[in-house]
Design a binder for this molecule. Structure first.
Ligand code: ADP
Ligand code: MG
Length: 279
């Protein structure tokens, strides 16, 4: 490969086309097309069990589809060695737990393992420090990872992914367990990685976050892509109401005009002092 070809490969993001996948006799993905290009943040949304994590694992090159093509950095994922996959894409798994006692700093440094014995490893210490700072986990660096709260653990797991410094970043529910301030911080970080030229895909359940931060939204349900486009095209009340089997309203923020997505709720019953409910 010439250097020029290498640049093209680095700039090609991740994509899968026509992917079918069955596991244990169950068809989990049906003809899925999914792409994330350099410079964009794509939100992958859909109900529980839709196939979001499964699609992400295929895009990451971790699971091979029965049918269809998967490309990472412009190359067929099937031909990429595991050692090399770790330098092409980083993955935040939905399960963020760590089974063993390690200091947080060492867990984040594990993100550097794919770069060992390469020139990039010279900067490991600075890169780990930068990842801790960008995820607001510096103050946790010396803690035992098994003692962290859910939200702290989620940010440490993200720090490890950031430290891996890949051009393709795949995040499965990165805001899971985070408070509202840290949710915004994490999405701003993801958008910042995209602005730096990374291809970033994030599975999100908070549709307001998807509306606010994603360049493109992909809606998946029952293992099929139902919509793929700019937030305003995909996040419509009619489509979300149908897919989530609950009435959903979408409207513009009265002051900023940004898109808001909210479930329709019944008026609350008025609680009485005796603990009974009165309508
Ligand atoms: P999502 O991330 O959208 O909530 P998943 O991709 O994790 O959904 O799973 C999609 C569907 O596939 C779910 O119904 C899940 O129970 C099922 N599934 C996932 N992994 C397996 C597996 N290894 N064997 C059988 N079914 C699975
Ligand atoms: Mg999932």
């Amino acid at each position: 490969m010439t250097l020029e070809q290498a640049d093209v490969a680095l700039a090609s993001g991740a994509r899968m086309r026509g992917v079918d996948l069955s596991i244990g006799g169950r068809r989990l993905l049906h003809g899925v097309d999914l792409a994330v290009d350099p410079g964009e943040l794509v939100a992958l949304i859909g109900p529980n069990g839709a196939g979001k994590s499964t699609a992400l694992s295929v895009l990451a090159g971790d699971v091979r589809p029965d049918v269809g093509e998967v490309q990472l950095g412009g190359r067929a994922a099937a031909g990429i060695r595991i050692s090399e996959l770790g330098r092409l894409r980083s993955v935040l798994l939905q399960q963020k737990g760590v089974a063993f006692s390690y200091p947080v700093r060492d867990v984040v440094a594990m993100g550097r393992m794919p770069w060992s014995r390469t020139p990039q490893s010279d900067a490991d210490d600075e890169i780990v420090a930068d990842a801790l700072a960008r995820t607001d986990t510096e103050h946790l660096a010396d803690r035992d990872v098994t003692t962290l709260s859910g939200g702290e653990l989620a940010r440490v797991a993200l720090a490890r992914v950031v430290a891996q410094r890949c051009r393709v970043v795949l995040l499965d529910e990165p805001t899971d367990a985070l408070d509202i301030g840290h949710q915004e911080q994490v999405l701003a970080l993801a958008a910042g990685l995209a602005a730096d030229g990374c291809a970033v895909l994030a599975v999100l359940h908070d549709l307001g976050l998807a509306a606010a931060y994603a360049d493109r939204v992909v809606l998946i349900a029952g293992g099929r892509v139902l919509a793929d486009g700019p937030p305003r095209e995909v996040l419509t009340g009619a489509l979300l109401t149908e897919v989530y089997a609950h009435p959903v309203e979408v409207f513009d923020h009265p002051r900023t005009g940004s898109l808001l997505v909210l479930p329709v709720r019944q008026p609350r019953a008025v609680a009485t002092g005796s603990g009974s409910l009165k309508r």
